[in-house]
Design a binder for this molecule. Structure first.
Ligand SMILES: O=C(O)Cc1cc(O)ccc1O
Ligand SMILES: [Fe+2]
Length: 453
């Protein structure tokens, strides 16, 4: 069943329909915001007593001593130690964490999947139960690597909260609208936008318009940052002002609630009697944000040849080895193709990085058919791939006038680590068994005589 045809009964719409309180522009800025006047101390972080009887608490997203430390000061109704009680382990069987290598699964191969459908039994899915891990890479215990997930959401979390101690999440919606009610404010998210939810931040996810499906890159390592622009200079690509961080918004609600924590790949639940989204004011540079991919300004080939896809990097998460990302988030969006005497789609290649791609909408130039919106592909470390036969023939023989690639948005989670398929990706998700055949028709053109064929 296609997600778009899901019966109405599967969709439990969100109760949160209020207008959004607003966002602040900038990437990694030192923001300050208060939902009540005077809630934020001025000139200091820890006054003897805070206004409104609030508790001051620091959320540290980096080592204290990291150059450019990332932290946020929160002024909240209760310290967050009151938001966790005794933990009970629970199973979340479809959300897997590296290392997760299964002897009976072969990750060596070119793989492609159709969009993951909603479960046929109609059971509702929320942000936690609807997460489907496709690949894992690296090791959460050493804080390197990533996981790629598909989420399917048909119901809101109600009095249920979550945080991941393992990871920052990069969320890439493909269908439906979600609202992330976080400790630091509210983010509404729809296709063509992305959100970054920092490690350790508590939130619940509501369904605004559903069902919702999308992709998640779970980053176990250093945070995503804007790439160095090198000779490109100060402008284009993702411009910092287009990132939006929510203003403070809090809840003062005393109702039985749960908090689920993802910690070293395990899930634990704790019961509390109030909403943990109780931060009235905050300041700092460790905060969630969203970004509209339609504001991404691509820079590309304006005379000849096809550059490396790194020119389309939106965000990069460093690995510690200079220039060798733990994860690059790369965007293939609408753009003009003008290169002369050039094979314009991606060249055939074999790459030490492993490439997981997803289609948000439209057609991807190297794969005109089969790689559909909501679908994913994986070209793992040192596995050759490139345009299918149809794309090769068209690009080799078409007249090369300026051409706009319109209505197209695909992306890549590219990591320096090999990606391992999960049992879900290998056995349950709609894997295209015949994907490899897209190259079968590439014929031998060489006949020993010179000249282009
Ligand atoms: O494999 C792919 O389609 C992604 C990709 C695109 C590109 O323009 C160059 C290299 C590359 O891996
Ligand atoms: Fe590639």
């Amino acid at each position: 069943m296609n997600i778009a045809n899901a019966p109405e009964r599967m969709i439990r719409a969100s109760s949160t329909t209020g207008t959004h309180p607003g966002y602040m522009p900038g990437f990694g800025n030192d923001f300050e915001t208060e939902a009540l006047p005077g809630a934020l101390p001025q000139g200091m972080n820890s006054p003897q007593r805070c206004n409104y009887g609030l508790y001051a608490e620091q959320l540290s997203g980096s080592a204290f001593t990291q150059p450019g430390p990332e932290r946020t000061w929160c002024y909240r109704i209760r310290p967050s130690v009151k938001h966790t009680r005794r933990f009970k382990r629970i199973e979340v069987p479809y959300w897997l964490t590296a290392p997760a290598i299964h002897d009976d699964i072969i990750s060596l191969g070119q793989y492609r999947w159709d969009p993951v459908p909603l479960p046929e039994d109609g059971r509702p899915l929320n942000w936690i139960t609807g997460m489907r891990t496709m690949t894992t890479a690296g090791d959460v215990n050493t804080q390197v690597g990533m996981a790629a997930h598909i989420y399917l959401v048909t119901e809101s979390m109600v009095d249920e909260y979550f945080y991941s101690a393992d990871s920052e999440l990069l969320v890439v919606p493909q269908e439906g609208k979600l609202r992330f009610c976080t400790e630091l404010g509210i983010i509404d998210l729809e296709p063509s936008e992305i959100a970054i939810i920092p490690r350790g931040l508590v939130y619940r996810v509501e369904l605004i318009e559903g069902p919702a499906r999308g992709f998640v890159c779970e980053n176990y390592g250093q945070k995503f940052e804007l790439p160095n622009r090198g000779p490109i200079g100060a402008n284009c690509l993702a411009n910092p002002r287009d990132f939006k961080t929510p203003v403070a918004a809090f809840e003062d609600r005393e109702v039985p609630s749960t908090v689920t924590v993802k910690w070293c790949g395990q899930f634990h639940i704790t019961e509390i009697d109030h909403s943990p989204l109780d931060i009235v004011a905050w300041h700092g540079n460790y905060a969630p944000c969203k970004y509209d991919l339609k504001t991404y300004c691509p820079v590309g080939a304006i005379l000849f040849d096809h550059p490396d896809p790194s020119i389309f990097t939106v965000l990069t998460a460093p690995s510690g080895v200079p220039g060798t990302a733990n994860i690059d988030f790369v965007l293939f969006r609408e753009r003009w193709m003008v290169a002369e005497n050039t094979f314009r789609p991606p060249w055939y290649h074999k790459n030490i990085m492993s490439e997981l791609m997803g289609n948000i909408y439209g057609q991807y130039d190297a794969k005109p058919t089969g790689f559909v919106p909501g679908g994913m592909s994986l070209h793992n470390m040192m596995l050759p791939h490139g345009p299918d036969r149809e794309a090769f023939e068209k690009a080799s023989y078409s007249n090369l006038g300026p051409e706009k690639l319109d209505n197209t948005m695909s992306f890549m989670f590219e990591t320096r680590f090999p990606q391992h398929l999960t049992p879900f990706a290998a056995k349950e998700a709609p894997l295209q068994d015949d994907y490899i055949d897209c190259w079968a028709g590439l014929e031998k053109k060489f006949d020993g005589t010179p000249g282009t064929k």
